[in-house]
Design a protein around this ligand. Structure first.
Ligand SMILES: [Zn+2]
Length: 345
């Protein structure tokens, strides 16, 4: 979010948010969070920043003051040609289906009457498995606090995966990559004596099916964030992609009793052709609107663009960086448009 030279440069351009929202016209934009907590969340360590409850509440204050928070159903009704959305409409979303979405985020939103979509990784429900990216966080934590040094870990890893990088920089780069880590992560977890099954049963990091049912009954929208949280663009554009989307949405529909469920992509989906995703939706009417994470770029009519607001940089201990981050997100769209790359297809 506020991390690159570009971000720093655009942050200094004094264009008010109300001007930007008038120039970059979107019917609705999505605001994305993953994990809100005042405590260390080991399964998020090093893979995503985490805002505190006070910072999240301050973000909500800003959202409620400067934007109009709308529900998924209102967006669907609008996209189907019905009801108009208010100006500066924002849809709040929470990805990954962590249990603290239920215990921390849900009560805050209920108290404020704020609508939201919670996207769950369906195979993690009831803590039956852990997504690779969260296993990676457990390894991150273990590497930071464990007794083994990184050279030692790398050397043990090299013995078991001969093709792996033998220099520290290469090894760190490999580790930070988000792809192709299933077997390698198994090996790394073993080297680091990280017992994923024990973590799942002791910490219960994900929501349960009962919690999904409860939240749906309370009026929140429940959506699918794939079955396994793999990088879907690596699956090609055939059956495997189709199943990750259609079966996860089907699982959520069975739990909630709804006829359709929205879908949010793990990582990003801009390498998957929209025509292919349009066919998936046409074959499976229970697949609702789709959500991505490349900011507010123009997209197909069945997509909602989202910006991630997890990063607390600039927020202070209890403040909000939401308006600043929003300005960055809108200015980025101006930038993309000027470069002729304003629309994803
Ligand atoms: Zn995710």
């Amino acid at each position: 979010m506020i991390s690159t030279a570009f971000d720093t440069a655009v942050g200094s351009i004094p264009i008010p948010l109300r001007v930007l929202t008038a120039v970059v016209r979107r019917d609705v934009v999505g605001v994305l969070y993953h994990c809100i907590s005042d405590e260390l969340v080991i399964h998020a360590a090093g893979i995503m920043p985490v805002k505190t409850v006070r910072q999240f509440e301050s973000d909500l204050d800003s959202l409620q003051r400067h934007f109009n928070l709308v529900s998924y159903n209102e967006v669907v009704a609008h996209r189907q040609g019905g009801k108009r959305l208010p100006p500066r409409a924002v849809l709040l979303t929470v990805d990954d289906g962590f249990s603290n979405a239920y215990t921390v985020v849900r009560p805050i939103l209920k108290r404020r009457g704020v609508p939201a979509i919670f996207f769950v990784i369906t195979e993690t429900l009831d803590n039956r498995m852990m997504a690779d990216t969260h296993r990676k966080a457990l390894c991150n934590y273990r590497m930071a606090v464990g007794r083994r040094g990184i050279e030692d870990i790398m050397s043990l890893f090299n013995q078991q995966v001969p093709e792996s990088p033998r220099d520290l920089e290469g090894f760190r780069e490999w580790f930070n990559m988000t792809t192709g880590q299933g077997r390698c992560l198994d090996i790394l977890c073993a080297i680091l004596e990280t017992d994923v099954e024990a973590y799942l049963s002791d910490h219960r990091p994900y929501m349960t099916r009962d919690e999904v049912r409860t939240m749906s009954a309370e009026g929140f929208t429940m959506g699918a964030h794939s079955k396994t949280h793999r990088e879907l663009w690596l699956l090609g554009e055939g059956e495997e992609l189709d199943l990750e989307i259609s079966e996860s949405c089907g699982d959520v529909c069975r739990l909630t009793g709804k006829s359709a469920a929205p879908f949010s992509f793990p990582y990003q989906s801009n390498r998957i052709r929209r025509s292919v995703l349009g066919e998936v939706r046409a074959c499976h009417p229970h697949v609702g609107l789709m959500f991505d994470t490349h900011g507010f770029r123009k997209d197909s009519e069945f997509f909602v663009g989202r910006q991630c607001f997890d990063n607390p940089v600039g927020a202070g201990p209890g403040g909000s960086n939401l308006c600043l981050a929003m300005r960055h997100a809108y200015l980025a769209q101006v930038f993309w448009s000027l470069r002729g790359r304003g629309k994803i297809s």
